[in-house]
Design a protein around this ligand. Sequence first.
Ligand code: ADP
Ligand code: ZN
Ligand code: ZN
Length: 751
Amino acid sequence: MSVPKTEKKAEPQFVEAVLPVPLRRSFTYAVPAELRGTIKLGARLKVPFGKRTMTGYAVKLHAELPADIEFDTSKIKNIIEVSDDEPLITPEILKLTQWTADYYASFWGEMLKASLPAGINTEKVRPKRRKAVRLVGVPAEGKALTEQQQKIIDLLEANGGEMLFTDVLEQADVGASPINTLAKRGVVEVYVDDVMRDPLAGAKLPVKDAFTLTDEQQAALDAITAALNGGEFHAFLLHGVTGSGKTEVYIRAMRYALDTGRSAMMLVPEIALTPVFSRRLRSVFGADVAILHSNLSPGERYDEWRRIRRGDARIAIGTRSAVFAPLENIGLVIVDEEHDPSYRQHESPFYNARDVAVMRAHLAGAVAVLGSATPAMESFYNAQTGKYTYLRLPDRIGGRGLAVAELIDMREVFKRFGKDVALSPELLDAIAETHKKGEQVMILLNRRGFSQFVLCRTCGETLKCPNCDITLTFHRGDNKLLCHYCNHREKSPKLCPHCESEYLYFVGEGTENIADQLTKKFPSMRIARVDRDTMAHKGEMEDVLLKFASGGLDMLVGTQMIAKGHDFPNVTLVGVISVDIGLGLPDLRSAERTFQLITQVAGRAGRGEQAGKVLIQTYYPEHYALRHAKEQDYEGFYAEEIRFRERLGYPPFFVLASILIKHRDHAYASKSANILRRAFDAANTARHCRVLGPAPASLSRLKNEFRLQIILKGVSRRSLRETLDIALADAEAHGCDLRTVNVEIDPVNLM
Ligand code: ADP
Ligand code: ZN
Ligand code: ZN
């Protein structure tokens, strides 16, 4: 390619862009003369990619074509358009996403796309603009004003000199032309105003509380503010039982960061960003806080994001992807309920927002605070080994005891009745008693829908999803069978599709069924169901939770959506039904999850004046996860679980990678998997890793694809990555189709 001699040297003629595609590389484009000098790093670019046009992100500018370019330079293509004058992506986020993509053996372009508000590249999400009018001058002498013109000026003066265009039309009862005439004469100005959509517009805000911190809270806060003063990276684990006042510590720490001129971020689990909590934050921080979660409309989310980008909001609160919020000069990064599985993004690009948050703090020289009543095994291990500073809030506020927990052995109940019952008499009695006292109840189970699955009594077949190796769940509300993995729906059959028998039997209970049974047993109680089916629409969850908080409901029946974070002082009974099913699954974290879930939901009971009680129905009363959950004994659980992890070579002792090979054609997937296995063996000569598989994944078929799995266990992150990178390249060279291969570092489930 020849470059014209007249070109200014300073303006780069080539730009390297990453694209949101599963490729671990960037692409170089030429910048046409008219666009030179307009590209800043982090700006979105429209570029040709194959036959398509895509949005990419500028990550590097080159004055000349890089020497190590891999393709025929005469074929280099021009970029089509520069989408942003001011890049949406800050230098810090550019670096963070690059680090994240690398850490998770993932793709930078996909990570960048995930860091921006959803829909932003499709132009469906736009700023909301409205026309407005303001007074800018006085009418020049000599020329008289018409009656209508005078009316407009009077109206504007009465309204502070500035109004929406449509309001002027309506209230002055005039057409557009007198306004335009005034504009021409320089008396008013017509302009377009950017209207910010506020997710909390019109919300009633709570009164600010003015607590004196307890000694333990104060000690924790002091440690955090001292680290903030230090101005260097520091990580804390704030381990506080449920109701110990962690939130208050977070709020004061954020206040301190703001007061000392820095910004702050707080991550919360998917559904813990309760309406109550958002309102509380708004009442404390006003317009300084921006809220980012998936229940906002795309427009609201975009506007909240823009307020952060402009520096108008200096505190960002949000779920997983908010870890990439474009805050500048960040001083404090908080991750509440840091153990929560919703921090894990379960599809490409994989990442765990908790770990990215710590890295963000690290890159920015900021302070990270991970908080939990039930810290993840890895985090507690980091605290024990000194990587994190350990802060403890051992007691509930106000000297309240933790709720008393009892296990109900469902094997006993089965013997008594000679059949399975979903609700034990012990639990039913306790509900009746609680209701009589005017107190509230929460019932937790882990299945939505009506029944768990449909079984034919004649031939013994279960009804399975045609796309997945998984049983369908019966939803009675619309008489449908639903696959909870791929969302396949079908009408519930009258006859068994295998043998045409009419003896179809619905086994197990979901939220819908339990809520039904409870409504029948307690007709005077006002009961609401909280799960993904009932909360499908924006605002529904909020309404139910606010209603429950204000006493308009007596009982909530729900999935783990109700387990976390909520603070309902009048809840004195929590019933736990069948959350221990996970203990039967081949998952390295099933004990940890079960322990966490029960401890968290138990933490919802007895937060007010009255003591709380937790009844846990279980088929595994001797299991250590249940025994320690009953005692709410974290240390006891940790001590047993960490031995199990060490014995089996699991995290935190080993680093895991799960390599999933997926394809519609089993033979094709199998071929790729076998090539990969050989490549791993070849790459692993130093024996720093253990390679397991390929074997069918425990979900061996999903969404019409066969799934094979190879597990890699590394003694260190570095050796794991080295082996992985070498093996992937080698496998590709030997004909393995990498498009069928999904790599997940630090997988949460081994399923
Ligand atoms: P956690 O986040 O640890 O579960 P919260 O921060 O929700 O606990 O605190 C539990 C309850 O105690 C809340 O109702 C909160 O308003 C209240 N609280 C927190 N700190 C104090 C304090 N120092 N004095 C009085 N009440 C407090
Ligand atoms: Zn049958
Ligand atoms: Zn399915």
